[in-house]
Write a protein that binds this ligand. Structure first.
Ligand SMILES: NC(=O)c1ccc[n+]([C@@H]2O[C@H](COP(=O)([O-])OP(=O)(O)OC[C@H]3O[C@@H](n4cnc5c(N)ncnc54)[C@H](O)[C@@H]3O)[C@@H](O)[C@H]2O)c1
Length: 362
């Protein structure tokens, strides 16, 4: 049995990770950590656990914890991960891994040196449609991949994002919160990115909370975009925004990722994760069901017919980490994938600041 602790008992732990632990018969939730004592008390009943602490070091030192999920504000990921790695814990950490790529690579190095499993919570990679798209690209079914395209549009209220809107705590806005997932898709599907030209913009001050109280204004982008060239000669275009009115879709927003190859086009959509759109030369895009073998990751006990399709694939992340621990193999996506995506996200900020294309180092 792999004994998990949650560090950061907020929204994403409750929505994605705790249900994932519950579904995995090889995993058990044994502890939770959060400095917000009121929330921690609530989790005692929500999650039915009695080992609770406001200090992550208690978890790092606890011999009865095998693995941790770190789901705290971005600025704290590195220090918590390094403490848990030093304590010999396997670590899943939320994205972005750090406030910059150097932090993410430090985390990767520490995990490799200590010999623990490491995983970046790039959730959307687990969507059935994304898994099938990956199979089509890598099996050559689309021919030579030429273009990658990603659109992630959210229709969020223009009120405060809390810690997410301050550079010291979040690093960046839409770019680090949303576009970084799509940078990861692109690298996973198309291979390394060789150069990019990026831009970010901020339209909204978000100087009020949802209840109307004043707060310090946002310092981060609410729109981010890049164009890029892949090492294999293909090109990519990405755009993300939280200000896309009319793209609410029950909170799931609009998400479209597309590959155009020499023999065909395939499209992933978050709101239709159990189908893809497929187009052959001279024909129009058609809806194709995702084959059963791609609906869950291999071995996952999750019933793909249960729950909200755009949500439930996220429960497979914990299954992947538990499997990697049990099989003594790397987890996917690892901290190296998280760091590679962050190299590109950092380059977007650099390109935005200098007005120039940025070459991506090896
Ligand atoms: N992969 C995804 O799809 C996805 C989705 C949402 C959020 N996230 C990421 O997850 C992380 C958390 O986001 P969230 O929406 O759950 O935020 P949140 O604000 O709801 O929760 C964060 C929690 O961390 C706690 N915390 C702060 N410092 C801590 C510390 N030192 N030790 C332990 N706990 C601490 C806070 O009290 C809070 O309860 C962020 O990095 C975010 O980018 C990823």
């Amino acid at each position: 049995m792999i004994r998990y602790a949650i560090i950061g008992a907020g929204a994403v732990s409750d929505y994605h990770h705790v249900p994932g632990i519950r579904l995995d018969p090889r995993a058990e939730l044994v502890a939770a950590c959060d400095p917000n004592e009121e929330l921690l008390e609530k989790r005692r009943t929500d999650w039915n656990i009695d080992k609770l602490t406001p200090r992550y070091q208690d978890i790092a030192d606890d011999p009865d914890v095998d693995a941790v999920v770190i789901a705290t504000p971005n600025f704290s990921h590195k220090e918590i991960a390094l403490a848990c790695i030093a304590g010999g814990k396997h670590v899943m950490c939320e994205k972005p891994l750090g406030l910059c790529a150097a932090e993410a690579w430090d985390m990767h190095r520490a995990a490799e040196e200590r010999g623990v499993r490491h995983m970046t919570a790039f959730t959307y990679r687990f969507a059935p449609s994304m898994r099938y798209l990956r199979h089509l690209v890598h099996s050559g079914a689309l021919g030579v991949p030429r273009h990658f395209r990603s659109q992630r549009f959210l229709d969020w209220p223009e009120t405060s994002w809390g810690w997410r809107q301050y550079k010291a705590q979040a690093g960046a806005g839409d770019l680090f919160d949303m576009t970084i997932h799509r940078i990861d898709f692109a690298i996973d599907l198309m291979g390394p990115i060789a150069s990019i030209c990026g831009a970010v913009a901020q339209f909204v001050p978000r100087d009020r909370t949802a209840d109307g109280s004043p707060c310090p204004p946002s310092e981060v982008d609410d729109w981010s975009a890049l164009i890029g060239r892949f090492a294999n000669g293909a090109v990519g275009v990405w755009e993300g925004s939280t200000l896309m009115k009319g793209h609410h879709n029950n909170g799931f927003g609009w998400e479209w990722a597309e590959i155009n190859g020499s023999e065909g086009t395939a499209v992933y959509r978050l709101t239709e994760p159990n189908t893809i759109l497929l187009g052959k030369p001279g024909e129009s895009l058609e809806t194709v069901p995702v084959p059963d073998e791609f609906l869950v990751i291999p071995g996952s006990p999750r019933d793909p017919k249960e729950g909200v399709p755009s949500t439930v694939f996220r429960y497979d992340l914990v299954y992947e980490l538990t499997s990697a621990i049990a099989e003594n193999r790397p987890a996917t996506p690892g901290f190296d994938d998280g760091a590679r995506a962050q190299d590109i996200a950092d380059a977007v900020l650099e390109s935005n600041a200098t007005g120039r294309w940025v070459e991506i180092g090896g």
